[in-house]
Design a protein around this ligand. Sequence first.
Ligand SMILES: CC[C@H](C(=O)O)C(=O)SCCNC(=O)CCNC(=O)[C@H](O)C(C)(C)COP(=O)(O)OP(=O)(O)OC[C@H]1O[C@@H](n2cnc3c(N)ncnc32)[C@H](O)[C@@H]1OP(=O)(O)O
Length: 250
Amino acid sequence: MIEKQQGIAWFTICRPTRRNAIDYTVMDELHEAIELAEQDDEVKVLVITGAGEDAFCAGGDLQVFHQLKTKEEAYAMLAKMGNILYRLLTLPKPTVALINGIAVGGGCELATACDFRFARAGARLGFVQANLAITTGWGGATMLFEKMAYDKALHLLLQAQTITAEEAERIGFVHRTFHHSLREQCEKEMSGYTNKSTHVLRAYKEAATKRWKTEEFRRRFFAEIEQCAHLWESEEHEQAVQSFLAKRNK
Ligand SMILES: CC[C@H](C(=O)O)C(=O)SCCNC(=O)CCNC(=O)[C@H](O)C(C)(C)COP(=O)(O)OP(=O)(O)OC[C@H]1O[C@@H](n2cnc3c(N)ncnc32)[C@H](O)[C@@H]1OP(=O)(O)O
C-alpha cells in the first residue's frame, strides 16, 4: 500500500498474518512505489514500513518460494527482487526503513537498501539466511559491506542471529530507535529534508550513489544473487525450509 503525505511517500507491506513476508505481489507493489517516488516531484522522501505491530518484514515468503527448486528458478525470483532493491539503493531521493517490528532475512536486505533505518525499541533484526543454508539473495550482503564496518557486517551475516534494535544502533546498522509514535517521530526526523528543494535532494543522492552505478559494483551485486541461487538447490536448504514449514503444518 502506498500513500503520499506532506512530501513523504509511505510504502507499507500489508501481509501481517505472514509477518509481512514478501511474495511476488509485494515485489510488484514495491517496484511501483519506487517508480512513483522517483517520478513525482512532490515526493521528497520514501519511507518503507510494515503493517501491524509485530513485524517489519520476515523476508521472502517461504511458503511461496519453496516451490522454486532449481538454481534457474531461484535465480529468476532472486534477481527480480535484487533489481528492485538496486533501484531502491540508487533512488535519487532519501529513503527510510521504518522498522516497526521484527526484520529478518530479506527484510534486513530491504532495510539495508534504504539510506536510513529507524526502528521500534526492542524490535529484533537478523540476517538469518545462513540458518536456511543459503546466503543473502537480494544483494543484501553487497550493500551491507558498503554501509557498515567490515567486521560488524561480516559478523551479522556469519552469526545469522537476531539482535535488538538497540544493539543494531550501537554497531551502526540502525540510526534511531523510537519507543512510541514511530510514524510521527519518523515524520519529525524527515521534516528537515521535506522542506528542501527536490532538485537539491536529488542532486545529493545522485552524488552519493554514483559509486554504486559502476559495472564493477553491479557485477558484485549480481554475483551474490547467483551464489544464493546455487546454494538454493542444496539438500540442506530444502531440509531447513521443510523444517520451518512443518513446524507450522504447511
Ligand atoms: C527468499 C530469500 C530471501 C533472501 O535472503 O534473499 C530470504 O528472506 S530467506 C529468509 C526467509 N525468512 C525467514 O527465514 C524467517 C522465517 N520466519 C520466522 O523465523 C518467524 O516467523 C519470525 C521470527 C519472523 C516470527 O516468528 P513468530 O513466532 O512471531 O511468528 P510465526 O513464526 O508463528 O509466524 C506467524 C505466521 O507468519 C508466517 N511466516 C512468518 N515468516 C514467514 C516467511 N518468511 N514466509 C512465509 N510465511 C511466514 C508463519 O508461517 C505463520 O503463519 P501461520 O499461517 O500462522 O502458520
